[in-house]
Design a protein around this ligand. Structure first.
Ligand SMILES: [Zn+2]
Length: 569
């Protein structure tokens, strides 16, 4: 039995995520976790909400709530939606947890001891009226480039020009509206990533099996311009993890917090500690400390391409720089973007389908199937309602749903709701067994390689093989002349249902559960396919399940197209 530590990039707390976010990390991570569990391996699958930073403060202010309360509530909301999608986290933690506070402070202290932290004096906008420094997003003013009057301190949303707060004409505080701002000196801590460039580069070079998407982004950051730059790890904010050197105060850093990019990945480790605190596990160290048993763990991270720099460089710099025996990632699976119907998903404009809305209109497995079978792996992908409708109707309803329905209903009408006795399998069945053996081994290969689209395509071909068998064997015709032969055919076809459920569970877990419940049998990963198709012998009782999938009508498709075009209501 192998041991798999699996993490999904942690979603930011400020609101509900859209389907593009889902398919970029959490969903493929869940696919891999479910697959490895299905193979009988030990899995620890962790995710959390990323709760610190300016956007959380601003979202809370907009909602008129204290930021801690806002985060606690949004964490519940995101946890409930994740459950609705069947995301099988062993723990869904919070980057604001006490565990992450302690661990982040520990890493900062340790990095300082190792000579990898330096203090930098810089100037930043200070607001007299608010009595605080204002990060970029807390400052608005007129864009020097296009004249837009609500450009943010870091970027103009109108012309997309990257800005510094000092560039803005008539800058004002987003909090109070005050224009009494001045540039004032402040001190920050920087992580000396540049000192670790050679070590990080050698580590990335050693990962010859990683996706090109992952390594090319890492190498670009390592070598572009001046190469890997030192990075600020502290901010003048209230909400966050107070800057401490281990458990000691850090002179000169009073009132400051760690920058969210520094504490967020450390939450992967803290989350395992939270998992123990929640009494779901006994020992987090055997997953994370190579001196405590984690050296035989395979650690895989899932994320969108925008998160690759932090996971290939910054977080490894934290881990390696500590010179402590923490587990480093073994494989990073990264994704391109999913676009929405001729444009981009937009959280601010409510364009596209958001996770809560998706579950309001259709069951999770419909979305899981489409998203995984169209995962943006080698390039960006696009969601269109036409494609979604075709995929659900053809793959799920016509292929898998139809197969289960025809077999169980025919059996009930001719033999009753038990696996029929009589006859024996012949060359037709053997041909299917041979095809399935080849395909299942290919499916396993794609899953091990985390080739998401190829896995889905192979699974579909496995379903198709059952339908083709039904067409050729034609038990309803056979039954008239040779009921024994028809019984053997139906016994064979019925046994395909739990096999299909087991193989399909990583992609469509809810449907797989329904199929297994109807068949009155548990999941069992098929080693030898002949044996796998003898699990339900003659006399084994089953129930005819409700239709597994309803087709999406043209009227529904058109209504949803209009509903999700923009301006979320
Ligand atoms: Zn502008």
């Amino acid at each position: 039995m192998a041991r798999h530590l699996i993490t999904s990039a942690i979603p930011y707390i400020n609101g509900i995520k859209h389907l593009g976010n889902l398919v970029g990390s959490q969903l493929p991570a869940d696919l891999f976790a479910r697959y490895q569990r299905g193979r009988g391996h030990e899995v620890l699958f962790l995710c959390a909400t990323d709760e610190h930073g300016t956007p959380a403060e601003l979202a809370a202010a907009k909602a008129g709530r204290p930021v801690a309360e806002y985060c606690a509530e949004m964490h519940q909301v995101q946890a409930r939606i994740a459950q609705g999608f069947g995301l099988s986290f062993d723990h869904f933690g919070r980057s604001s947890s006490p565990e992450n506070h302690r661990l982040t402070q520990h890493f900062a202290g340790r990095l300082a001891e190792m000579g990898l932290i330096r203090e930098v004096s810089e100037t930043q906008m200070y607001s007299h009226a608010d009595g605080r420094f204002l990060p970029d997003r807390y400052i608005e003013g007129t864009c020097p480039n296009c004249g837009f009057d609500s450009a943010r301190g870091d970027q103009c949303d109108n012309c997309t020009k990257q800005l510094d707060p000092v560039d803005l004409i008539n800058p004002r505080s987003v909090i109070s509206g005050s224009t009494e701002l001045e540039m004032r000196e402040t001190k920050h801590l920087y992580l000396c990533q540049s000192q670790m460039k050679d070590e990080l580069e050698a580590w990335i070079e050693s990962k010859t099996d990683w996706p090109i998407l992952t390594t090319s982004i890492a190498k670009k950051w390592l070598n572009d311009g001046d190469g890997l730059r030192d990075r600020g790890i502290t901010r003048d904010l209230d909400w966050g993890i107070p800057v401490k050197r281990g458990d000691q105060d850090w002179p000169g850093m009073e009132g400051k917090v760690f920058y969210v990019w520094f504490d967020a990945p450390i939450e992967y480790i803290a989350c395992a500690q939270e998992w123990v605190r929640a009494d779901k596990g006994a020992d987090w160290e055997r997953w994370w400390r190579t001196d405590k048993g984690a050296d035989d763990v395979t650690y895989t991270q899932f994320m969108g391409k925008d998160n690759v720099p932090f996971h290939t460089l910054s977080f490894p710099a934290t881990i390696l720089g500590s010179r402590e025996p923490w587990k480093l990632v073994d494989y990073i699976k990264s994704f391109n973007y999913l676009n929405y119907d001729g444009g981009q998903f937009s959280t601010s404009r409510g364009r596209g389908v958001f996770m809560d809305q998706a579950l309001d209109i259709l069951p999770a497995d419909y979305w899981r199937w489409w998203l995984l079978s169209h995962a943006p792996e080698s390039s960006d992908a696009e969601f269109t309602w036409e494609n979604f409708q075709a995929s659900v109707n053809k793959d799920l309803a016509d292929v898998l749903g139809n197969f289960v329905s025809r077999v169980t209903k025919f059996c009930r009408s001719k033999f009753g709701e038990t696996v029929p006795e009589g006859g024996a399998w012949g060359p037709q069945e053997q041909a299917v067994i041979d095809e399935l053996t080849t395909r299942i081994r290919a499916y396993e290969g794609h899953m091990e390689a985390m080739e998401v689209r190829k896995s889905a395509a192979e699974l579909r071909a496995i379903w198709v093989a059952g339908n083709e068998y039904l067409q050729i064997a034609s038990p309803w015709a056979t039954f008239k002349d040779d009921p024994d032969r028809a019984a053997a055919q139906i016994r064979f076809a019925l046994n395909l249902i739990p096999l299909y459920a087991t193989l399909s569970a990583p992609l469509i877990p809810f449907t797989a559960d329904l199929m297994l419940a109807a068949m009155g049998i548990g999941a069992k990963w098929p080693g030898d396919v002949t044996q796998a198709l003898e699990r339900m012998p003659a006399g084994h009782g089953f129930a005819v399940p409700e239709n597994l999938f309803a087709k999406i009508t043209d009227e529904q498709r058109e209504a949803w197209q209009g509903q999700f075009a923009g301006q979320r209501g």
